[in-house]
Design a protein. Structure first.
Length: 593
């Protein structure tokens, strides 16, 4: 096992070394702004002193609610330099969820743009004029911290409808960087890293924190992340060498990512967040100019616990990253033999402290490690795995109802709680369907509370007001009752496919009329896998989601020659309305072919 003690146990110490070694190298690019290591050092020092002036100190928690850009990196580093832990509140999350997280974490200070207010918080506004370079030596004045001090709190979905905050240590972050270096994931020379993940997703930590080891971090905007052509051009413009993404995101970016780089450089992909399909594994393993590393790990174990280079044809999780101990145990907590299914438990120095304000849940998931030293803990992942003859781990699925969907871990129970809070819903169950051209689709089955069946659009708006976009189901299927097995459990096999329900309900819906409506209907039919599309159909009611909206945008550009954004699809979800919008964007009276 690698000696993790040979490098600093705080990523900030490594950042200070990077500033001394190459102050003029670009540290962060975000939009039109670029900061050298010296500039990033001065700005973070200034903000850290401002935080201290507002009473922030060692072990405190500071909320960060900033849009993606260089200022976001400044804010996160400054919180660490002030001795505190950051709590990311993605501005795109619903207001009610951000308020809950702020209250639950006990935030007193929030770094945000002017006008961003949350109840029960003292808001510290970040203004560019407040980040002028300070005089004097910016390398002094960092608050002394311990590896056990908290680094961040990231909230994940909760089965009871209440999100839970996972608190991770500074030593865990530093250990993660070192472990990935030891397995060759990070090259010895400085790299250019694209920050792709949401700041509220734990994978973001291993992306933006790369600046601490001297790498250049390119912060992708939401538009960059969703537009394949734009992302491909940006990767070449900034000579990006490392990109983290999920298998679902790969499906959209396959074209620009597999294209040979003009300068001949190799692009290294860090794949995680959900199981890698065999086809995706082969697509990344085969072409020259691409390297792939499959990373697995729950938030409770500081992002990554295992790593596997994507070679060959069979996906697997690989083995433990240095510092981690992996146990495959049966129901009696005895080691499962090679080739026998078991539940994965993880132990080691990167385990999180636990869940904020949830001692019972912490004790349930972080249990005593019978194979470790006295007092050692291990985390129960809930993932079923099997050891293969070559020593790797094969992922088999979940031992409970928890879902991994488009890179995010979620509890369907949280979505079901929100649905049941709607006055017209008596019962609900949420599952993932894997069939059809849409790929994975989050589907809600709802039992009406009375004679009125709530419209899908109403339910979508209700859920979207409380939960992040990735937790909003694409399809809403009404049922008179939830199907049960003879022993009273939910019979998921008896749930109807959402596309069958939608098509049966279409009846005498208005047929698309006019060249634009007809052409868009053809695109929707192809993307959604629907036989019939009406002029009054809602794209998202038919099962569409953000990734599929990207495909629609691409096909409309190719077929119509009109460039629209995903946001425009969201603003005009009804086919008739989108067709009218697209027609106004086109100079001719008929769509070009």
């Amino acid at each position: 096992m690698a000696d993790l003690s040979r490098k600093p146990a705080d990523a900030l110490l490594r950042f200070r070394q990077a500033v001394r070694d190459h102050p003029d190298r670009t540290a962060v690019r975000g939009g039109d702004e670029a900061l050298t290591f010296a500039e990033l050092d001065r700005r973070t020092a200034r903000l850290a002193r401002t935080l201290a002036a507002h009473g922030v100190g060692r072990g405190d928690r500071v909320g960060v609610a900033l849009p993606r850009g260089a200022r976001l990196v400044v804010a996160l580093l400054a919180v660490w330099r002030a001795g505190a832990a950051y709590v990311p509140l993605d501005p795109q999350y619903p207001y009610a969820r951000r308020v809950f997280m702020a209250r639950d974490a006990g935030l007193q200070v929030l770094l945000a743009e002017e006008g961003t207010l949350l109840e029960s918080t003292t808001v510290l506004v970040i203004d560019p004029s407040d980040l002028a370079e300070p005089a004097g030596d910016a390398l002094t004045g960092d608050v002394t911290s311990s590896p056990l001090d908290p680094a961040y709190v990231i909230y994940t979905s909760g089965s009871t409808g209440r999100p839970k905050g996972v608190e991770t240590s500074r030593g865990g972050v530093a250990s993660l960087l070192t472990a990935l270096e030891d397995v060759g994931a990070y090259a010895s020379e400085p790299r250019v890293v694209a920050w792709n993940a949401s700041v509220s997703f734990d994978a973001s930590v291993q992306q933006w924190a790369r600046v601490c080891r001297g790498d250049t971090v390119v912060v992708l905007t939401d538009e960059d992340r969703k537009d394949p052509a734009r992302l491909g051009a940006l990767l070449d413009e900034h000579r990006v060498t490392d990109l983290d993404l999920t298998p679902s995101h790969w499906e959209l970016l396959r074209g620009p990512l597999t294209a040979p780089r003009a300068d001949g450089r190799t692009l290294r992909l860090f794949m995680g967040g959900e199981p890698v399909p065999e086809r995706t594994w082969r697509e990344i393993a085969e072409p020259a100019g691409l390297e792939g590393l499959n990373l697995y790990g729950p938030t409770e174990c500081t992002v990554d616990a295992t790593a596997a280079w994507m070679t060959g044809e069979v996906p697997h999780l690989g083995g433990a990253l240095p510092g981690n101990r992996l146990y495959v145990l049966d129901d009696e907590l005895s080691p499962a033999p090679e080739g026998v299914d078991g539940e994965l438990y993880i132990a080691g120095p990167r385990l999180a402290h636990g869940y904020v304000n949830r001692p019972g849940l912490t004790a349930e998931r972080f249990v005593a490690d019978p194979f470790g030293a006295p007092g050692a803990r291990m985390y129960r992942t809930g993932d079923r795995v099997r050891r293969t003859p070559d020593g790797n781990l094969a992922f088999l699925g979940r031992a409970d109802r928890q879902l991994k969907f488009r890179g995010f871990r979620m509890e369907p129970g949280e979505i079901e709680c929100v649905l049941r809070s709607h006055e017209e819903v008596a019962g609900a169950v949420v599952v993932v369907h894997h069939d059809g051209p849409a790929g994975e689709q989050l589907v809600a089955y709802c039992v009406p509370a009375g004679d009125t069946v709530p419209r899908a659009g109403q339910l979508r708006e209700h859920v979207a007001a409380a939960l992040p976009d990735f937790m909003v189901p694409s399809a809403y299927v009404p049922l008179s009752a939830l199907p049960l097995t003879p022993n009273g459990k939910l019979d998921t096999d008896a749930l109807p496919l959402p596309q069958d329900v939608a098509e049966d309900a279409q009846g005498t819906a208005a047929e698309p009329d006019g060249p634009f409506e007809k052409l868009i209907a053809e695109v929707w039919s192809e993307v959604l896998g629907k036989r019939r599309i009406s002029a009054d159909d809602d794209f998202f009611a038919l099962g569409g989601h953000s990734l599929m909206a990207l495909r629609v945008v691409g096909r409309l550009k190719r077929n119509l020659g009109v460039v629209i954004s995903v946001k425009e699809v969201y603003r005009h979800p009804r086919l008739r309305d989108l067709a009218h919008h697209v027609e106004t964007r086109n100079d001719s009276s008929a769509p070009p072919r």
